[in-house]
Ligand binder design. Structure first.
Ligand code: IMP
Ligand code: MG
Length: 191
């Protein structure tokens, strides 16, 4: 990260506190249902691993991969799945769908459609680590999030990547606004 001018939005203690509180808020909505937790790979892996360990035993986990970004910081036109959960874990279940960030909404719009329409989930609840509504282009709404971010910042760490890197940072870091124009990291910074 030495070439990047950045600032920490959430340190690891705040992340842990936020995840624990989120698990508590989600619980009443999930109680009594057969729940399958579906993280979207790979950004949601850290968020999901920490969240489910604050939830009661007995839930099932399965995984979905939907690509929207490739190696760039600007979204491609459409989102498509290239790894699906096993249908027996989805049909007739209440799915808790998890992603690292809800940005334009293309990824979660496609994920929700696929789980409800194609795979027969009875209900989909969406929880994201970061909800960033400023660039929303679809009707997807997160049921809950750890952080509601009103600024248009590009974030890395705790699963969020920049061209595949920095997912393993333990903190959530924002790149300063001057480094990101129209969702693209300026060349001077990206070198
Ligand atoms: P959406 O489809 O535009 O909502 O974007 C969802 C995906 O875009 C996320 O799963 C991330 O992989 C990526 N993304 C969106 N905003 C950011 C960001 O600020 N940092 C890193 N990845 C992001
Ligand atoms: Mg990503």
């Amino acid at each position: 990260m030495e070439n990047y001018d950045c600032r920490t939005l959430l340190d690891s203690a705040s992340i842990e506190e936020g995840i624990c509180a989120l698990a508590g808020r989600l619980q009443p909505n999930l109680e009594g249902d057969e729940v399958t937790v579906v993280p979207i790979l790979g950004g949601a892996m850290f968020f999901a691993a920490d969240l489910v360990r604050h939830m009661p035993a007995g839930l099932v986990m399965d995984f979905l991969r939907i690509q929207t970004y490739g190696d760039s910081t600007s979204p491609q036109k459409s989102a498509s799945a290239d790894w699906l959960p096993n249908e027996k874990n989805i049909r007739g279940k209440h799915v808790l769908l998890l992603d690292d960030i809800l940005d334009t909404g293309r990824t979660l719009h496609e994920a929700r459609r696929l789980l409800l329409d194609d795979m027969g989930a009875t209900k989909v609840t969406i929880a994201v680590f970061v909800d960033k509504p400023i660039r929303r282009q679809t009707d997807v709404v997160a049921d809950d999030s750890v952080l509601l971010l009103h600024d248009d910042l590009f974030l890395v760490g705790y699963g969020l990547d920049l061209a595949g890197r920095y997912r393993n940072l333990t903190e959530l870091v924002a790149l300063k606004p001057h480094e990101v124009e129209d969702g693209v990291i300026s060349e001077a910074v990206a070198e």
